[in-house]
Design a protein around this ligand. Sequence first.
Ligand code: AHR
Length: 503
Amino acid sequence: MYRLSIHPNTKIGHIAPEIQGHFSEHLGRCIYGGIYVGEKSDIPNTNGMRNDVVEALKNIRIPVLRWPGGCFADEYHWKDGIGDKSARKRMINTNWGGVVEDNSFGTHEYMELCRQLGCKTYVNGNVGSGTVREMSEWVEYMTFDGVSPMAELRKQNGHDAPWTVDYFGVGNENWGCGGNMVPEYYANQYRQYQSFIKDYGATPRINRICCGPNAQDYEWMDVVLNQCFKMAGSQNNNHGFMDGISLHYYTVPHTWEKKGSASDFDEKEWYLTLSKTLFMEELITKHTAIMDQYDPEKQIGLMVDEWGTWYDVEEGTNPGFLYQQNTMRDALVAAINLNIFNKHCDRVRMANIAQLVNVLQSVILTEGDQMIKTPTYHVFDLYKHHQNGTLVESELKADQIGLEEAYMVPNLHESCSIDDNGVYHITLANLSCDSDYEMNIALDSLAAKEVSAEILTGKINDKNTFEQPENVKVSAFTNYQTANGEIAFTIPSCSVMHLEVRI
Ligand code: AHR
């Protein structure tokens, strides 16, 4: 019997909805075909955005969407993507498959998409191949409500009112595809570029996101914060020039050369993958420790703005399109990461799974006019109740399980929050391929009065396909008992649960 103890009096912090954020890049069929089909398409759309995809994303309460990249961001010149579509420049997408990018999805289309989704905006600027002026003018174009060349241009292009830019990223992976910079050089670039991101009195002010490290590159974090975190003459706040710093970490089962199949894997690879995803805990803890040295008051956020699984592409698809299937293994990867982000909500203020549709660990896959929700989608559906909640301390003594010494994982993984109505939301994952576990949940001196639960479960390789779109889906879970204010049930192997508890 495993006991999950929830301590309602120990409230740890606010869970920013942005922790369940998403990322969309001009890559493969993410934007084109996956989200945007154009007004003239036979696929039902509103101003060019697929209605089915928008509806599905609204259902999981998508809080924020990062765009236009990724590596694409540091090759993107925003002026190519505004104005008359027939006159927009065509370019090569050098990072992703060398295909022609016709720029038909640009700033206006992105803002329209976020309007339809009702989500916050996170625009990633170009440091690698752009200029300070280009970035500064983009911000002016999007947010200035007065008389200026860029505001006039926006009006000429049919949008009188400025938009809100909630987050602005100053470059992407500038240690790699964004310019192969060393941290000292990027830090100087960051200081300069961000100086020209003006707020123009916009409310809320634009949150500036500095490019942080690749996985365990702790030196990058240290050098960049040392040079950029606090500087004399900062105009807006007392934490200098940034509101957040990013972290990228992908779960790659094997090597970057041979990553492994998305759906054809065995139990060994199951545990290997989950153990690699659990590394996120160590990364956040260690990066937080460095951040704490510069920012003990936790004024800035760690933004995990790219995470998720990365496998070999599906056979017969363009290797540059990063199209992969999604199974119960991805569901568990999502559950573990979202629990970790919850538990670090004092520092992690945003996280964006890569990527929204048809690329890497997507929540949605499309084929022509068909759309399916992946197992990962259903995890976001189960976890959406944590958004804006307060993290409550929870304790669970898990056992280590696995088939290889180096890749052991805890059998159970959880987090718990309380919402504004005093309802507790517990998310619990069983990482075992084959063992069910008896569970008991107690809330200290409080008694659980009303309980409802839902579950996502299956075999480790189970997935949804266009032929069987509902093979993996959420079901109501009623097989629990309440006695003496505690909840008892058996959690099946390979599953993710959400319990809603009223006291
Ligand atoms: O998500 C795919 C790519 O992964 C992004 O473009 C890049 O930032 C990262 O390396």
